[in-house]
Design a protein around this ligand. Structure first.
Ligand code: SF4
Ligand code: FE
Length: 485
C-alpha cells in the first residue's frame, strides 16, 4: 500500500541532504533540530491521521491513476465530494495540531498542475500532462510531501519580471540544454519547505511575452544540487530551546517558513510542466490560489483550539458565567463557523474541468480567504480579552518551579480554587502562542498574507462577480428598460 507511517516519513527525511541555514549556521540535522521539530511533528500528523481508521474517509482517497488507497494530500480531486472532504480535512488537522501543518501547498500545486498541463497540451500539442501524471504517480506511490513554491521575492513591485534591475527577482530559466533546463531565482515564505521531499515551482503572476523566460513550472527533489534554504524567524522561536514545555504554549506542534534559493539548478525535461507558455502563467496562479484559499479551512480548526482555550481560561478565572463572556464565546463561534461555511461552500459549488480534475468555485474560494484575513484577528482579540492581561505579564515556567518563587506563583496565579495555578498558566501560554507567539505566524499573519494578501482576493472578487446580471435584475424590478442608462 503506498502510504507511509509517520516513522517512515521521518526516516525518509533523514535520508535527504538538505542545505538549511538558521541563525547564520548550516544545520547538521534538520529532523532533530528543536526549533524545526514541532513543524515536522505537524506534517507527521498528516501521516498518522491517515492511518487512523476513524478518519479514513476524510484523510485517504482512491488514486485515479492506480486505484490504490492513498493519502488525500497526494490525491487529484475526482468529485465535489472530494473537494468537500478536503475542506473537512483542513479543519480536522488544524483542530488537532493547533498550527499550520504545511502539507496543503503541495496538494494544491498538484491539483492546479493537473488542470494547467492538460490545457497547455490542448493548445500547444505538448506532452506536459503525461509527464505530470507520471510524476504524480511517483508522489502517490511514495506518499511524498511536496512544497508548492509560488511566491517570488518580486523586487520592485511596480516592474514586471523582465524589467527588474536584478533579473533574479523572479525565478527564471537561464539555460536550455538537450536534457533539461537551468533555473535561477528564489521562492519566499515557503511553508514547510524543509519538511518536504519535493519542491514544485510555479510562476507567481500573469505574464506577457517579454516575461516568457519566467513562465516556468517544474518539480525537483528538495535536496537537489543548487537549492539552499534559509529559515524564517518566528516570534518566541527560541523558547523551543528551553528545557521546560509550559512557556512554549504548544510544545508538540508548530509550523515554519523558509526562503528557498535556486542557484542554477538543473531540471531534467521529464520534471518540467510549463516552459515559456506565458499565456498560461496567470491561469496556473489563479487555480493554485483558489485551491489554496479553500485550504484555509485549516484556520477553522485552529480557531476551534483557540475557542476551547478561551472557554477553559474563562472557567479557570471563574468568569465563564458572566453574560458578556458567554456572548464573546458565541461571537467567536459565530465567526469561526462562518469561515467554515465559506470553505464548504466553495467546495460544494465546485465543477469538473476538461482534464477531469474537480475545481473549487473560485469566487467563493476568494470570498472565504478574504474572511480568513479578518475573522481570526477578531477571534484572537476576543480570546485575549477573555484571558486578561495576565497572559502577557505571567512569569516564566522557571519561576513556577523555583523553590524561592513557586509558593507565590502557586498562590497568586490561581483563579478558582479547584484548578492549580500551573493549569491556568498552561492555557494562558497556549493562547499567547496562538495569538502572539510562534503559532500566531500561522493563525494571524499567514491568514492575512498566505495564499495571497487581501487585495489579491478583492481583485478576484471584482472580476468574478457577475455585475451585469445583478444590474439587470435591479433595473427590471425598478421598471427601467433594458437599454436605459
Ligand atoms: Fe495548509 Fe493552512 Fe498551512 Fe496553508 S496555512 S499550508 S492551508 S495548514
Ligand atoms: Fe499558507
Amino acid at each position: 500500500m503506498p502510504m507511509k507511517t509517520p516513522q517512515e516519513y521521518i526516516d525518509s527525511l533523514r535520508e535527504l541532504d538538505l542545505v538549511v541555514y538558521m541563525f547564520g549556521k548550516r544545520l547538521k540535522s534538520v529532523v532533530d533540530d528543536p526549533i524545526i521539530r514541532p513543524s515536522l511533528n505537524a506534517v507527521a500528523a498528516t501521516y498518522s491521521l491517515a492511518m487512523n481508521l476513524q478518519y479514513e474517509d476524510i484523510m485517504t482517497a482512491t488514486s485515479h491513476i492506480t486505484g490504490k488507497k492513498i493519502n488525500r494530500f497526494t490525491h487529484i480531486h475526482q468529485s465535489v465530494n472530494d473537494l468537500v472532504k478536503k475542506s473537512k480535512m483542513g479543519r480536522l488537522i488544524g483542530s488537532i495540531t493547533g498550527c499550520c501543518f504545511q502539507r496543503c501547498v503541495g496538494m494544491d500545486a498538484l491539483n492546479a498542475l493537473s488542470i494547467t498541463t492538460y490545457d497547455i497540451d490542448k493548445k500547444h500539442k505538448t506532452e506536459y500532462n503525461s509527464r505530470f501524471l507520471k510524476y504524480l504517480e511517483y508522489v502517490q506511490e511514495n506518499d511524498l510531501v511536496c512544497d508548492g513554491a509560488m511566491t517570488d521575492p518580486k523586487g520592485d513591485r511596480s516592474l514586471p519580471p523582465h524589467k527588474q534591475p536584478d533579473p533574479d527577482m523572479f525565478l527564471r530559466v537561464v539555460d536550455e540544454r538537450k536534457d533539461g533546463i537551468v533555473v535561477r531565482g528564489a521562492k519566499a515564505h515557503q511553508t514547510g519547505a524543509v519538511n518536504s521531499h519535493e519542491v514544485i515551482v510555479m510562476p507567481t503572476i500573469s505574464m506577457r511575452e517579454e516575461d516568457r523566460d519566467y513562465a516556468v513550472s517544474f518539480a525537483m527533489p528538495s535536496d537537489a544540487q543548487g537549492i539552499t534554504y534559509i529559515m524564517g524567524r518566528q516570534s518566541c522561536d527560541t523558547r523551543k530551546l528551553e528545557e521546560g514545555t509550559i512557556d512554549r504554549g504548544n510544545a508538540v506542534f508548530g509550523g515554519h517558513e523558509a526562503l528557498i534559493v535556486f542557484d542554477d539548478v538543473f531540471v531534467p525535461w521529464e520534471r518540467v510542466f510549463m516552459y515559456k507558455e506565458y499565456e498560461f502563467a496567470g491561469r496556473l496562479v489563479e487555480q493554485f490560489a483558489s485551491y489554496h484559499r479553500q485550504s484555509y479551512s485549516c484556520k477553522v480548526g485552529v480557531g476551534d483550539v483557540l475557542i476551547g482555550a478561551a472557554q477553559t481560561v474563562a472557567e479557570y478565572n471563574g468568569a465563564d458565567r458572566a453574560s458578556h463572556i458567554r456572548d464573546k464565546i458565541v461571537e467567536m463561534n459565530h465567526l469561526n463557523e462562518t469561515l467554515y461555511c465559506g470553505c464548504i461552500a466553495c467546495a460544494a459549488e465546485g465543477h469538473r474541468e476538461p482534464s477531469g480534475t474537480y475545481y473549487v468555485d473560485p469566487l467563493l474560494a476568494n470570498v472565504h480567504k478574504q474572511n480568513v484575513t479578518r475573522f481570526p484577528y477578531e477571534i484572537a482579540r476576543l480570546a485575549q480579552d477573555i484571558a486578561g492581561g495576565i497572559m502577557v505579564t505571567c512569569p516564566s515556567e522557571e519561576d513556577l518551579k523555583s523553590p524561592e518563587t513557586a509558593k507565590w506563583m502557586k498562590k497568586y496565579f490561581r483563579g478558582v480554587e479547584s484548578v492549580p495555578a500551573e493549569h491556568r498558566v498552561r492555557i494562558l501560554r497556549l493562547i499567547e502562542n496562538l495569538t502572539m507567539g510562534s503559532a500566531a505566524v500561522g493563525y494571524l499573519t499567514e491568514s492575512m498574507h498566505g495564499a495571497g494578501s487581501p487585495q489579491a482576493q478583492r481583485i478576484m472578487i471584482a472580476r468574478l462577480v457577475d455585475m451585469k446580471d445583478k444590474q439587470k435584475t435591479a433595473k427590471k424590478l425598478a421598471g427601467i428598460g433594458d437599454d436605459a442608462k
